[in-house]
Design a protein around this ligand. Structure first.
Ligand SMILES: [Fe+2]
Ligand SMILES: [Fe+2]
Length: 352
């Protein structure tokens, strides 16, 4: 039997590193093995645990929800070709802004380090002590929050510092002013959606679903970044630096995989559990299967993060980018070229 029960200390434990992780003067989380391979922080037991809980769910007849890049039916905007065009036009600030916004939003994830979530055992019929859900307050949320926003006590920067390191490597520190940062990247609240469970549980389930989709969307942005940075046509005067920056993005990406992994396990477990309903309508003896009330909510969440909000973001981003192009000599022609470079992606989406 694989181990399914872990202490907080275990879920927060690091691998023994042969070399610490330091970049651009920042002491960062994680480290390297003797062969120089990057190892994500706090994954000595966390990864085996996530795999064991996921397998145990399947062994009980449950299934893991789809949380792969297959969900991202729309490509990134600007496209890689459009971003390269912007860089060629001297509009590196557009990428600098994206990297800054990403770093600041990652830092906000630190809130999870102090979160515990509500007690799910009180409303779930099955014993959840050997599940990912049962370990949210036992290290999983804490590890996630520290990954995103760093561990001040240990003097280690997290993803926020890693994105700022990437940005500073490519453009230099303080190359441009700090852009406006969106208030929230979660789906706006829509009132009570799951009256079968208490409000605090509903709120937390929505948080887990939002964060999972934010992680899936982020992966899309990561591959966009590494493709732009590894393109031999971009950053021609600092190829080695751009290659190194891409490597740093890949390390963040490697860390994020554990977030997608545990959040997928938690949302999948929740839909597999039987809930004691709290809405007073005692159907089936006051019991309801998680999937019955969560599946429509999850589908809506996927739709919002992969289509609705992507379309909205694109319009807004296009407006900002074309405003910047319009200020340049021959602006109208530049905008036409910029749009034409995105046409191929749009056509592919229309065909799909
Ligand atoms: Fe992150
Ligand atoms: Fe993450």
């Amino acid at each position: 039997m694989p181990k399914l029960s872990y202490t907080s200390a275990e879920l927060l434990a690091d691998h023994p590193y042969a070399k610490p992780h330091v970049e651009a003067g920042y002491r960062l989380h994680g480290g390297f093995d003797a062969e120089g391979r990057y190892i994500s922080p706090r994954t000595l037991h966390r990864w085996p645990a996530i795999r064991a809980w996921s397998e145990a769910l399947k062994a009980r007849g449950g299934e893991l929800i789809e949380s792969s890049q297959q969900l991202m039916v729309k490509g990134s905007f600007p496209t890689v070709a459009q971003q390269k065009f912007l860089l060629d036009q001297g509009l590196g600030q557009t990428l600098w802004d994206s990297l800054t916004v990403t770093g600041v939003i990652e830092a906000r994830g630190k809130r999870l380090a102090e979160a515990t979530g509500p007690d799910f055992q009180s409303i779930v019929v099955e014993d959840i002590s050997e599940t990912a859900t049962g370990h949210l307050a036992k290290g999983l949320l804490r590890a996630h929050g520290l990954d995103e926003g760093g561990n001040d006590q240990a003097g280690e920067g997290g993803h926020d510092a890693m994105w700022f390191a990437v940005r500073d490597m490519l453009f230099g520190k303080n190359a441009y002013p700090i852009p406006e940062i969106p208030e929230s990247i979660s789906r706006p609240e829509m009132g009570r959606l799951m009256p079968q469970v208490p409000p605090e549980h509903e709120h937390f389930i929505l948080l887990m679903m939002n964060v999972l989709m934010i992680e899936v969307r982020a992966e899309n942005f990561f591959s966009f970044c590494t493709t732009v940075m590894r393109d031999t046509d971009s950053f021609r005067d600092r190829r080695a630096t751009a290659e190194h920056a891409a490597e740093l993005v890949d390390r963040i990406r490697q860390d994020e995989a554990s977030h997608v992994g545990y959040l997928t396990a938690v949302v999948s477990e929740l839909r597999s559990f039987t809930f004691k309903t709290s809405d007073g309508k005692a159907v089936d003896g006051g019991r309801v299967k998680g999937a019955d009330f969560m599946d429509p909510i999850w589908r809506g969440m996927v739709q919002w993060h992969s289509v609705t909000n992507v379309d909205f973001d694109r319009k807004q981003t296009r407006r900002e980018l074309t405003e910047a192009l319009a200020k340049k000599p021959g602006g109208a022609e530049l905008i036409a070229r910029f749009d034409a470079l995105g046409e191929e992606t749009l056509e592919r989406e229309r065909a799909a």
